[in-house]
Write a protein that binds this ligand. Sequence first.
Ligand code: SDX
Length: 370
Amino acid sequence: SSAEPEIRKGLAGVVVDRTAISKVNPDTNSLLYRGYPVQELAARCSFEEVAYLLWHGELPTPEQLAELERAERSQRALDPNVKAVIDSLPTTAHPMDVVRTALSVIGANDPTTEDSSRGSNLAKSVRLLAQIPAVVAYDQRRRRGEDLVPPRDDLDYSANFLHMTFGEVPAPVVVDAFRVSMVLYAEHSFNASTFTARVITSTLSDLYSAVVGAVGALKGPLHGGANEAVMHVFDEIGDASKAESWLDQALAEKRKIMGFGHRVYKHGDSRVPTMKAALDTLVAEYGRKDLADLYDRLEAAMTDRKNIQPNLDYPSGPAYHLMGFDTLTFTPLFVASRITGWTAHIMEQLESNALIRPLSLYDGPDERHL
Ligand code: SDX
């Protein structure tokens, strides 16, 4: 038979298209959003500025930023149709299922869903940027038996998100750590959920369908669900002194240790130092040296046993825990940030579209007849 074609399982190492949105460079361990190092953006920009950069390719002028802030702040209130559907779900529903459902409802209620022009898709992107915090905040409060907190248009994106979740604006160090996490989670080239969004977009389906598919992909613990899973690991281990024994047992069971490893980065994730610095400010704010000790000992043990470094989910999990979020809310926070990268890629895919349809090598029964 002719030589078998090489199968690239998991599309590992396969370059499937160009993108101008971000560059992940494992050799220099760097990440650029439209050319800017993510560390610089995390140090100096609001999440709104980064959203604009991802969508438009340039940082906004003061006028452009004011226009984006006005549009985002005017759409923050939880849509009554969406609230009604969320209220129809059991409080035991996984928050990622609630977010996925809410996005479907927003799309089904949007009369412009079938308009895939850039202008219409930009408007949808801003609407989702504004609406997802309302969904995530309400879902956590509903699970806690607390009432909806309406948005405040005098607060920026990060402060308002925290206010809608906790009913108050926390200390500036908390708001800033949250802002840093949103900037760092926003975009990461062709990761599984972004590629999912591009596959759906490549059939010329609508933006909401692409985002709902991306949420489904992100939920998995090998991808976005890892930040939630990291906290479950910390809860399992308990005291820092048990980190090594826990790890040896887990590795003996061939478990993947959540928050470690990466398909592209092989010498550590470029975003980790920035998110770890933000975590350190929260550890100091709340006096949680016990959590810092556990973090350090598990990381050291993982380096010692497997020489595998943390990814962004490792510091972000405990950081979200210290901010007061339920563990089940962590991956929805990833959605709130990555909606910017997903929608940027959806619009880029449409600019030079080709249907994404790879091949497969058949190894079922030879042809046979009834
Ligand atoms: C994100 O793609 C992106 O950019 C994603 C993301 C983004 O911003 O969009 O960066 C966000 O999803 C980060 C990753 C979060 N996932 C986790 O933390 C889950 C735990 N990580 C692993 O499942 C794993 O590291 C992956 C899935 C992230 C990457 O795995 P690969 O590239 O498929 O590599 P692999 O699983 O084949 O691992 C290679 C070897 C294996 O050993 P062998 O079987 O060959 O002996 O390393 C081992 C693996 O067993 N290994 C791990 C491990 N990660 C790799 N062993 C234990 N624990 C781990 N975490």
